[in-house]
Design a protein around this ligand. Structure first.
Ligand code: FES
Length: 85
């Protein structure tokens, strides 16, 4: 997949470039993001998905409010916008 843009907090825009997860892609592009387990257990990497869709690459084991996703468990499915605290 190429030319899939990820917009973070309406200010940072980067291209997702086939990294394993959204978390990996954010790190690759020096976007500050919390994480711990990288395996869908801890919930540290949760982000709010405000636009677009994601595809799960591993199971998310944390109950999440509607509209939130774990960055370590998904990749963008087309352009997305997210909000990170
Ligand atoms: S880093 Fe723990 S759930 Fe993503």
């Amino acid at each position: 997949m190429s030319n899939v843009t990820v917009t973070v907090n309406k200010t940072i825009v980067f291209d997702y470039d086939d990294e394993f997860s959204l978390l990996d892609s954010m790190e690759e592009h020096q976007v500050p993001v919390n994480y711990s387990c990288r395996g869908g257990y801890c919930g540290s990497c949760k982000v709010k998905l405000t636009k677009g869709n994601v595809t799960l690459v591993q199971d998310s084991l944390v109950p999440l409010p509607e509209g939130e996703v774990l960055a370590c468990c998904c990749v963008p499915h087309g352009p997305i916008s997210i909000e990170v605290d």
